[in-house]
Design a protein around this ligand. Structure first.
Ligand SMILES: N[C@@H](CCC(=O)N[C@@H](CS)C(=O)NCC(=O)O)C(=O)O
Length: 219
């Protein structure tokens, strides 16, 4: 039987271009070379079909063709790379270390990143103090990157794509300050990722989705 919708069997991704969690999901899908139907959303006006499958209302959300919904960015990366992983990002040798670094990113670094970014909303500490708290994690990354071009070796792993969007966000709070910090390897690594063709592809701009729009296949 031929389907009326030629892409109907592709997974459906709700995404927001500037969200670091959604960025890591898109990077995972791109490295896995798994195409999806993409629906760009606006956080202030989340589409009803997204909230229907994921009431917690965060992006990214991936709905598989058989109906299963994956609503955590880490799980989306891992699901995609479990389908196929031509560049070996999920290598079992480094996987536990990658998981541990992503845990630290999500559970500790992100906390300080948000406060550094929105210091005016968190008056308990100064912006410099928040930045310094965030730098504790950056120092761990700097140490790793003083040994290898990527976090866990000489090629990208889950850790790089899972963490890079958050370091980018930290750097972009004040680029001048970031690039004056004593982390040359981390700065070079970030710069490399910002220019990486896969990252540039992950940052393609899409118009927010509306009911009735044509399907957008990503990439
Ligand atoms: N733990 C979630 C966090 C996702 C998340 O917090 N995304 C933000 C955007 S960057 C969001 O959707 N926030 C909901 C909102 O702002 O309404 C994941 O890893 O996917």
């Amino acid at each position: 039987m031929t389907s009326i919708l030629p892409f109907a069997s592709l997974p459906l991704l709700y995404s927001f271009r500037r969200c670091p969690y959604a960025m890591r999901a898109r990077l995972g899908l791109l490295f896995a070379e798994v195409p999806v139907i993409l629906r760009e959303i606006v956080l202030k006006n989340k589409p009803a079909p997204m909230l229907a499958i994921s009431p917690k209302g965060t992006v990214p959300v991936l709905q598989l063709s058989e109906g299963r919904v994956i609503e955590e960015s880490r799980e989306i990366m891992e699901w995609a790379l479990a389908q196929q992983d031509p560049q070996g990002l999920l290598e079992s040798e480094t996987l536990p270390q990658a998981q541990a670094l992503i845990d630290k990113n999500d559970n500790e670094f992100k906390h300080w990143l948000d406060r550094y970014k929105y210091a005016d909303r968190h008056v308990e500490m100064t912006q410099t103090e928040y930045r310094q708290q965030g730098e504790v994690f950056l120092q761990v990354l700097e140490e790793l990157l003083s040994q290898n071009a990527y976090l866990l070796g000489d090629k990208p792993s889950l850790a790089d794509i899972g963490i890079m969007p958050f370091v980018r966000q930290f750097a972009h709070v004040d680029r001048k300050v970031f690039y004056a910090l004593p982390y040359p390897n981390l700065q070079q690594w970030l710069q490399h990722w910002l220019e990486h063709t896969v990252f540039l592809q992950a940052m393609t701009k899409f118009t927010p989705w509306q009911e009735g729009d044509d399907l957008v296949v990503f990439p």
